[in-house]
Write a protein that binds this ligand. Structure first.
Ligand code: FES
Ligand SMILES: [Fe+2]
Length: 428
């Protein structure tokens, strides 16, 4: 039986798991971040539902038989390139008795061999070898009609756009380009317009709910308030010119910030903030030196693709961030840093130096996971109480208001729809 068939269909006619307080997404009950049954339903309704989940970059598996282990929701998968260059994603769980098959994070392997009883699978996830198939000394073995083809690893659908690989469990998911839509496609095209080169990875475990990170990356206005480095060294000011957009379903979000100066020396937009420290200076100012990759004046670009991908450009540091949910109160952030294949040495050095801005201990990002954990610790009780999302006003124009919380409200409306949650009282 394939993995797809084994997933029970979500019963949307069931009573909603939790009362959903508002159709406009301006109130989100805290229990959506804490309850294991909500997490379990997300795995079915979202991560095995009609969405495309980011799993890897093609540049991470450039050669035949290259692979990377990844996740779709909390399900482990192997992302693999077969001998003919085709891409494959299959569940990293042995068809024999369920062991993890591939235990490395990445590598090159003609076969993925399960350590437990040595069942072996090829780069397409097909079972190609079983020890003692005919038995040993007249014992064990399998029946004569045992068919290797019936015991492969469960396959997902795969699609790649500009080398960004997505997978889905659902046969009903729309084609990738229709799922992403503009302006998300344009945002991906901009950063992946030239061949890339992977520079490295960082991993970070956050003791919080994965959706808090989805909110965080749809919320530009915390950037100058929470992140002291931003405010002090002027990398980002609330009054900078910004532009952004979403798809028609309002699932995704993309936004860019324009810098009037590559090094944002002007600090006037941060003057009333307590994080603004006038007498700090960088011991190594070269951290903020670089040169524009594009001629569009954009210094920061953050694109959040539902449900689990963030693509960033912060000055010259480029990365994908893969949100990997582990439990209601636990997720991993997996960062893949990249540059362009034709970068010179100086540019590569700049990108690596600026990688210190983000990641687990990043000068402008370490506070994000801390803020998420501060929330998670405080909401262990009183799950019916709500977060409050009205910044920018409920009538904000989503295509124009790039500072407020309209994008987050839209995210919650989309989420509630997928999860079969309805407003309390049966409203719209
Ligand atoms: S569980 Fe994998 S070979 Fe037995
Ligand atoms: Fe942040």
């Amino acid at each position: 039986m394939s993995d797809l068939e084994s997933v029970p269909m979500l019963q949307l006619s069931e009573a909603p798991l939790i009362p959903w307080p508002s159709a406009d997404g301006s109130r989100v009950p805290f229990e959506v971040f804490t309850r294991p049954d909500v997490f379990a339903r997300e795995q079915e309704a979202i991560f095995r539902g009609p969405v495309w989940s980011y799993v890897a970059l093609e540049a991470e598996i450039p050669e035949p038989n290259d692979f990377k282990t990844s996740f779709v929701g909390d399900t482990p998968v192997i992302v693999s390139r077969a001998e003919d260059g085709s891409l494959h994603v299959f569940v990293n769980r042995c068809a024999h008795r369920g062991s993890t098959v591939q235990r490395q994070t990445c590598g090159n392997a003609r076969q993925h061999r399960c350590v437990y009883h040595q069942w072996a699978y090829n780069a397409r996830g097909e079972l190609v070898g079983v020890p003692y198939r005919r038995g040993v000394a007249g014992m064990g073995g399998y029946a004569a009609d045992f068919d290797l083809r019936a015991h492969g690893l469960a396959k997902l659908r795969v699609a790649s756009h500009k080398g960004v690989i997505f997978a889905t469990f659902s046969p009903d998911t729309a084609p990738l380009e229709d799922y992403l839509e503009e302006p998300l496609l344009a945002a991906i095209d901009r950063l992946f317009s030239r061949p890339i080169r992977v520079l490295g990875h960082m991993r970070q475990r956050v003791r919080g709910n994965w959706k808090l990170y989805s909110e965080n990356t749809r919320d530009p206005y915390h950037a100058a308030l929470l992140h002291g480095f931003h405010a002090t060294f002027g990398l980002y000011r609330t009054n900078q010119k910004r532009k952004g957009g979403t798809d028609s379903a309002r699932a995704h979000s993309t936004g860019v910030t324009y810098g009037d100066d590559w090094r944002q020396a002007g600090r006037s937009g941060n003057i009333e903030q307590d994080k603004f420290v006038t007498n700090y200076s960088l011991a190594d100012p070269s951290l903020l030196e670089g040169r524009p990759d594009f001629n569009d004046g954009v210094t920061v670009s953050i694109t959040s693709i539902f449900p689990c991908l963030v693509i960033q450009q912060i000055m010259n540091t480029l990365a994908t961030r893969h949100i990997r949910p582990k439990a209601a109160d636990d997720f991993e952030l997996y960062w893949t840093y990249f540059g362009y294949a034709d970068d010179d040495e100086a540019m590569t050095a700049t990108r690596l130096k600026q990688a210190n801005l983000v990641g687990p201990a990043g000068l402008i990002s370490m506070e994000d996971s801390e803020a998420i954990e501060l929330i998670q610790r405080a909401i262990v009780r009183d799950g019916q109480e709500n977060s409050f999302l009205e910044f920018g006003g409920l009538q904000a124009d989503l295509d124009k208001d790039r500072q407020g919380e309209a994008t987050i409200r839209a995210y919650w409306r989309y989420y509630a729809g997928l999860m079969g949650l309805a407003p309390a009282g049966g409203g719209a």
